[in-house]
Structures are given as structure tokens and as C-alpha cells.
Design a protein around this ligand. Structure first.
Ligand code: FAD
Length: 398
């Protein structure tokens, strides 16, 4: 999709949002929805909004983009060691929302808003300021604003301050996926494959992820969590091998490829600094859940709280997650760091022993105390007790 290019002369504005990706666009949309009429300027280096990614999540929390979900699966599976475990939830299905739908929907509202300016093809170079005035240097000149949001993911001023502890090896989730069309019906669109561990081992937590859109079309993604990652060509070879081994498919049409590297760090941005001149949102604020890589719903909930505060006349940073979730994540991450390939057994155990509703709530930061107990019951005590002790000892437990 190509959008009309709004190239405005930069200068003064009420609120500048750096980055017009998921977080920046969602924030501008949320400010408009809350009746903000002061000028809002979004700046992004991109020239257009192609269908560049898909967002998936469990339907646990309300958010403004539910009408854009293209597929829902009430069943998801974990496979490994020759067995498949299925979890089901009618009330919290797994959802797929294509970026193209989101961009079209939000951009149509922003284009219609007289107080909103989208400046594309412009690189943010530097941000300086104090509360009350922020100066943003860009490739197209300088903009000054009373309020500034950093929605530049890992490319902005906030992420540079986040970083993992010095000298620490950083865990990352790397994935490469193919949107494929098969010449005959092979996929089961009633159940998506969340994790299939019957893949070629690579010393990391590696699994195949399959979103079956119909009997003949799917997204098939090679995912690897660890310290090294998989070269893109090795991922392509693995997807080819998997399609042959799992579905007997030796010829497929590849419609599109998507890939990414998501940092999985337990470090959090500075919190509660009400005087901060730049307020982080989305990945820049640590919205990617460190232990899972899911960010869409965290971003929407974070955006809603930031926009509420702004609309009430009290803009300021708000934490992305509650302390309890941060602690649970720290323990999961520690156990993952300890033995990435061995973590597959813990996930298979969760898949086998945890009911789907509880698992979905846990994945979406909505676990009740009973859900947490069910999860603890499903996991081996030794590795997680050691992980908890280590995350306290290393200071990674927030
Ligand atoms: C392929 C892919 C699939 C994903 N799938 C899922 C999923 O299924 N579920 C989920 O929850 N999360 C998923 N994520 C993670 C996360 O939801 C996304 O990364 C999300 O887009 C992050 O939103 P954001 O706004 O923080 O960053 P982005 O959407 O990446 O936006 C950042 C923006 O900043 C702009 N920018 C960067 N540097 C500059 C600069 N110097 N000057 C100007 N502009 C700049 C970029 O052009 C971009 O538009 C996925 C990520 C990717 C890449």
C-alpha cells in the first residue's frame, strides 16, 4: 500500500511522535479518539506502508483493532518427541491481524484529522530537550514540540539507554517465515501450530510455527531463540525440509517472506520519571515481552494509558507491565538463558498440562493467581527454582 505523502514543513508542534509504525500510529489514533485537537506530528523514515508483518495474539484484552483481525483459531498445538498436544479456548482464540489492514485503517483516520501531520521519508537524527520543549533534529530540518514520544523501536533515544547489563550476552528471537500456497489441500485451518519442535536442532530453542489460513495457504515460520540465530538461507532450507516432512509438500509457491530479530532482554526502561522530556512507547518502551516476543497487545494497552494521561493534561511515562509480570518474565528468561534447547520440554509440558484459557491469559499478561498456580504445577520445580534464585542474585529480577 502506498499512502499519500504528507510532507509538511517542520517547525513547532504540540506533540511530536517519532516513528509511525505500530506504536506511533496507534498512539496518534488513540489521541484523536480521546478528542485531542492540538497539533500532532508523526515523523518516519519510511516512504510507504507495505504489508510488512503480521501481528498475532490471544484475544484476551479489548483493543481498538479487533475488527481488523483476519483469522481466529480456537485451537493451537505443541508438537515434539512424536506427540502433539492441543489446547483450546473458545473465549480467547489466537488472532492474526495483517499489518496492511492496520495501516490502511489508521492512516485513513489520521489523513482526515486536520490537526495531524504525517511526515514521511524523514530520518530522526537527534533528540534533545527538557520538560516543556523538545528539539528533534531530522534530515528535513528541526522540529520543536511541547511533548515528544519515542516510537522508534530500537532505533531511538530510549532504547540506547535500555540495554542489557554490560558484557551480557543477549538472547534474541529470530524468525523467517514464508506465506505459501500449496497445490493441494494439506493444512488443517481449524488448528494452528504454535510450536513444533520436530525440527533440525541448532543448539537454540528452535521450532516451526504454522498459521493455516486455509487448506492450501499458510504462514510457515522457522523460529529460533538463543544467542546466535540462524542464517536466512538455513531457515529457508529448514522450511523446505519441514514442508516436505510434515505435509509431503515438495513444491510450494512462496507468496511473501517476512523476517525479524526481536531482542529478548529483561532490562526495562527507566520508570515513573514524570519529568522525562521524551516518553517511550511500543518496542522503545520494552513492549516486546522478553520471554515470548509478543508485543502487539502490550503496545495497545500501553498506548491507551499514555493517551489517557495525555488527554487528562498529565502526559508522562507509564510502565509497560506490572511488577508481577516482570518478575514472572525474569524467571522464564533466566531458565531460557540457562538451556535454550532444553526449554522445549518446559513448553511441551505447558502445552500438555495447562488448559487453553489459562495459557492464553498467561501469555497476554492477564494470569490470575490460579492461572499462575496451574502453570507452576505444570513445570518442573528444580530448574525454575534455580532460575528464580539466579535472577535475584544477578539483579535481573526487577
Ligand atoms: C515481521 C514481524 C512480525 C512480528 N510479529 C509479531 C506478532 O505476531 N505478535 C506480536 O505481538 N508482535 C510481533 N512483532 C513484534 C512487534 O509487535 C512489532 O515489531 C511492532 O511493529 C513494534 O511496534 P513499534 O511501533 O514499536 O516498532 P515499528 O512498528 O517497527 O515502528 C518503528 C518505526 O520507526 C521508524 N524508524 C526507525 N528508525 C527511524 C529513524 N531514525 N527516523 C525515522 N523513523 C525511523 C521505522 O521506519 C518504523 O516505522 C513482529 C515484528 C516483526 C518485525
Amino acid at each position: 500500500m502506498t499512502t499519500p505523502q504528507h510532507r509538511a514543513a517542520l517547525g513547532g508542534t504540540g506533540c511530536v511522535i517519532l516513528g509511525a509504525g505500530l506504536a506511533g500510529l496507534s498512539l496518534a489514533d488513540a489521541l484523536l479518539t480521546r478528542g485531542v485537537t492540538s497539533p500532532i506530528t508523526l515523523i518516519d523514515v519510511r516512504e510507504e506502508f507495505p504489508d510488512d508483518r503480521t501481528w498475532c495474539f490471544w484475544d484476551v484484552h479489548p483493543h481498538p483493532y479487533r475488527h481488523l483481525v483476519s483469522h481466529r483459531w480456537a485451537c493451537w498445538s505443541f508438537s515434539g518427541h512424536g506427540a502433539t498436544h492441543r489446547q483450546r479456548s473458545a473465549s480467547a482464540p489466537y488472532c492474526h491481524l495483517p499489518a496492511r489492514r492496520f495501516y490502511e485503517d489508521v492512516l485513513s483516520r489520521l489523513s482526515a484529522a486536520p490537526n495531524c501531520t504525517l511526515v514521511l521519508g524523514t530520518t530522526v537524527q537527534d533528540v534533545r530537550g527538557q520538560p516543556g520543549t523538545v528539539r528533534v533534529r531530522t534530515s528535513a530540518g528541526e522540529v520543536t514540540a511541547a511533548h515528544c514520544f519515542d516510537a522508534l523501536a530500537t532505533a531511538g533515544p530510549t532504547w540506547a539507554r535500555l540495554g542489557p547489563a554490560t558484557g551480557e550476552q543477549q538472547l534474541s528471537q529470530r524468525f523467517l517465515g514464508w506465506f505459501v500456497r500449496a497445490p493441494r489441500p494439506v493444512f488443517d485451518p481449524s488448528c494452528m501450530t504454535l510450536m513444533d519442535f520436530d525440527v533440525t536442532p541448532n543448539g537454540e530453542l528452535r521450532f516451526m510455527y504454522v498459521l493455516p489460513f486455509s487448506t492450501t495457504s499458510a504462514l510457515v515460520e522457522d523460529t529460533s531463540i538463543g544467542f546466535h540465530g540462524v542464517p536466512a538461507d538455513a531457515s529457508r532450507d529448514e522450511i523446505r525440509r519441514y514442508l516436505g516432512a510434515r505435509f509431503g509438500l515438495h513444491e510450494v509457491e512462496v507468496l511473501r517472506e517476512e523476517e525479524s530479530v526481536l531482542p529478548m532482554v529483561s532490562a526495562r526502561p527507566p520508570r515513573g520519571d514524570a519529568a522525562a522530556p521524551v516518553i517511550a512507547v511500543g518496542n522503545a518502551a520494552g513492549a516486546v515481552r522478553p520471554s515470548s516476543g509478543y508485543a502487539f497487545i502490550r503496545t495497545q494497552r500501553h498506548v491507551a494509558r499514555l493517551a489517557d494521561a495525555f488527554a487528562r493534561g498529565r502526559p508522562g511515562p507509564v510502565p509497560v507491565e506490572r511488577p508481577r509480570e516482570a518478575r514472572l518474565d525474569a524467571v522464564f528468561l533466566e531458565a531460557l538463558r540457562d538451556d535454550p534447547p532444553g526449554f522445549a520440554n518446559h513448553l511441551l509440558s505447558l502445552g500438555r498440562r495447562m488448559p487453553g484459557d489459562r495459557f492464553a491469559r498467561f501469555m497476554m499478561d492477564a494470569a490470575s493467581p490460579a492461572d499462575v498456580l496451574a502453570m507452576v504445577a505444570a513445570l518442573p520445580k528444580g530448574p525454575f527454582a534455580r532460575a528464580a534464585a539466579r535472577s535475584i542474585a544477578t539483579g535481573r529480577m526487577p
